[in-house]
Design a protein around this ligand. Structure first.
Ligand code: PEP
Ligand code: MN
Length: 270
């Protein structure tokens, strides 16, 4: 892939992307939290529960890219303030999605890491804007994007001067309808072979079904991922978005013990 200049591995060694004390590419990083920030109570409760279970970072959307304009769109600034409070209480750095170029700079005042979502992976204006930011970027793979297009999107961010990009495989659309998406685990070793950037997975959006998530999380570790993002909700049945893929803190906690243990074993094998 000739046009990958700054992201290409080139034998120079792997990049570590730091978000506070969290080191993607060095440590196995687990990001967990609700799909959406819905209220202070819901977010703080979930934040404490995921930290208890051993998560390294907190996630939560405050601008939600919903298929329907009538679905919950997120709390915006109020949600960012709730996330900041959760960080204060738990010490977990926060990552949140930014949808609009106009929001990058002020959202960066609250968030430790900016997420570019699957639907915006080829929003080149947004990629350039986060490329000018000093915040690390979590770049989801578009659900219709090839590996090459995904890596080219990362190249946009680096080309603007921001070297801190973490790639996230979140599943692609295939003919399969049983699962929400098809988590393309091929892309993990592929992206690690082609670039020096850390690569994580998002089994929650990748399968969209609670029962499959812990298994696909373990498969991600075996595929060589540098971490993962998992949606957790204390009352999944009441979630305002993505309720079918929200793990309860109990299920998350059991999954985490297995993930940590397999990750240690993978390190021994390396
Ligand atoms: C999310 O992380 O909640 C999200 C909307 O992800 P994606 O962009 O991968 O659909
Ligand atoms: Mn979600």
């Amino acid at each position: 892939m000739k046009h990958l200049k700054l992201t290409s591995l080139n034998g120079a060694g792997r990049t570590t992307v730091r978000v506070g004390s969290v080191a993607f590419g060095t440590d196995f990083v687990v990001i967990a939290g609700p799909c959406s920030v819905e209220s202070e109570e819901q977010t703080l409760q979930t934040a404490h529960a995921v930290r208890e279970a051993g998560a390294n970072m907190l996630r939560g959307g405050v601008f939600k890219p919903r298929t329907s304009p009538y679905a919950f769109q997120g709390l915006g600034l109020q949600g960012l303030k709730i996330l900041a409070r959760a960080r204060e209480e738990t010490g977990l750095p926060i990552v949140t999605e930014v949808l609009d170029t106009r929001d990058v700079s002020w959202v960066s005042e609250y968030a430790d890491m900016l997420q570019v979502g699957a639907r915006n992976m080829q929003n080149f204006s947004l990629l350039k804007e986060v490329g000018k930011s000093s915040r690390p970027v979590l770049l989801k793979r578009g659900m219709h994007s090839t590996i090459e297009e995904w890596l080219s999107a990362a190249e946009y961010v680096l080309a603007e001067g921001n070297p801190n990009v973490v790639l996230c495989e979140r599943g692609i659309r295939t003919f399969e309808t049983y699962t929400r998406n098809t988590l393309d685990l091929n892309s993990v070793p592929a992206a690690k072979e082609l670039t020096h950037l850390p690569v994580i997975t998002d089994p929650s959006h990748g399968c969209g079904r609670v029962n499959l998530i812990p298994t696909m999380a373990l498969a991600s570790v075996a595929a060589g991922a540098d971490g993962m993002m998992i949606e957790v909700h204390c009352k999944p049945e009441e979630a305002l978005s993505d309720k079918d893929q929200a793990l309860t803190p109990d299920v998350f906690s059991v999954m985490m013990r297995k993930v940590r243990s397999l990750s240690r074993y993978m390190q021994e094998l390396a």
